[in-house]
Write a protein that binds this ligand. Sequence first.
Ligand code: NI
Length: 141
Amino acid sequence: MVDMDRISISLPTKLLGEFDEVISERGYASRSEAIRDAIRDYIIKHKWIHSLEGERAGTITIIYDHHASELMKKLTEIQHKNGDLIVAALHMHLDNDHCMEVVLVKGEAKRIRELTDKLTSQKGVKQVKLTVMMPGGNIPE
Ligand code: NI
């Protein structure tokens, strides 16, 4: 039997409600098991991102709450600081509450990762998806 630790976390009621709906649809017997799987996925994703190296091109897609105070300013500031990495950015007003941005990046994988982490960790950012392509010369024939 693996060692277990017990933790207590606070979640917004709506978020927990949606989580419960998903785990019920997926047939989980307990919330704990679903949370363990979610944490495993989170770790795997992090490790995958951190295993990338070399020159890469890709997109970072962000959905964020456009009412979050100072967030838009902060996201723009982060992008300006990484101007040499960012080729272009596309902004879409998704709905009344959310904006979506697609940031086109090209450069060292480590820096793309750092930029993605920085954007992800801002309060009010709801979703971030990083897509990384292999530059032409590295595609296996
Ligand atoms: Ni917008």
